[in-house]
Write a protein that binds this ligand. Sequence first.
Ligand code: NDP
Length: 419
Amino acid sequence: MSRLLVIGCGGVAQVAISKCCQNSKVFTELCIASRTKSKCDALKEKLESKTDTVITTAKVNADSKDELVALIKEYKPDAVLNVALPYQDLTIMDACLECKVDYIDTANYEPEDTDDPEWRKIYEKRCEEKGFTAYFDYSWQWAYQDKFKAAGITGLLGSGFDPGVTSVFTAYALKHYFDEIDTIDILDCNGGDHGYPFATNFNPEINLREVSANGSYWENGHWVETKPMEIKREYNFEGVGMKDMYLLHHEEIESLAKNIPGVKRIRFFMTFGQSYLTHMKCLENVGMLSTSPINFEGREIVPIQFLKALLPDPASLGPRTVGKTNIGCIFTGRKDGKEKKIYIYNVCDHQECYKEVGSQAISYTTGVPAMIGTALVISKKWDRDGVFTVEEFDPDPFMDMLNEFGLPWKVDEDPVLVD
Ligand code: NDP
């Protein structure tokens, strides 16, 4: 018997909740909450006839700790799964702390208003100290370590695909294939085609912020920062074919650099087509990616939020997206004194995902691991007090559940390396 509160009802949440409903033995009751209760009600209606999980819904503004605390006290969940936006991470963690309830999310904290002078002071100091300029980093959430430990609760950070499964793959490689890992190349390939000239596969604001920022990678104990899209490689992906991919900053690099002993280099590459990059550059050049409010005909608007209103809703891409994703990690290192290299990866088909849960593969590959991480925490298979990323736990039960719940993985023991 368990009770889960899910915050958010967007593309990722819809898959995570559908998957919880396929796992009713673990998730006996769940409540879906966001600011728009009608969307939560529509999802409940879609799912409740097909599951034994008892679903309720609620309205909550997760920017307000008080509203969250009131809802948690009323619903009394065993855990809270945050699949709203990274902007809400800290308020939801604060509410979980106050109510002594476990916390799970899929993306690390970043502020909605990057012009906020108080946040900016801390951010600029961090840029100088750490050497990367991304708006998001783990310092805000790692700061809860002692408080979560004292409260006797678990905070599981970044239980999506990347971060999430990529970090579990790393823990698995270290447990079963390597004595020492030297390099990790995380490859995120989306070979899907939705037929629109331009759309993003998850929340446009979060996606475009990430992709238009400087890249960076970890090498020999420090960060190396690059200009956006400065480093380009080609790779031939099983199920997709040859694709251009570009080096990006990504959050799991930060936690893996901390948690994988002796690792010398960690890079992250994502595939993009030329049309996507040309559209994005144009939007950036005219100021449409800005997060700073402007005054338009007497009304304050944030350009990137206005753009989000114009772009297709990622949750609506499901029926029209065809093709596959191929996401995984190439590891090099040693086992028993011998040099070794492997690629652990998953190939996921957009249309198969749509047939199963009504969503495209990007939401699917994030929502499934969000359910798995939550299942492991709520059933106490992963049970540590404090705040942790997924590679800090035993990867085996997570890897088994990936096979069981729709994201089967493979190991290639002779992959082509990325130069
Ligand atoms: P969507 O924009 O589709 O959905 C966001 C949801 O959050 C909506 O249901 C919205 O509902 C809710 N929400 C937003 N603000 C609030 C608020 N103040 N209070 C309560 N609910 C709120 O986003 P996605 O589903 O595409 O992404 C969800 C998360 O998944 C993001 O954090 C994203 O970064 C992460 N992600 C992680 C990946 C990974 O592999 N680790 C990959 C892809 C995404 P409403 O408007 O009704 O409040």
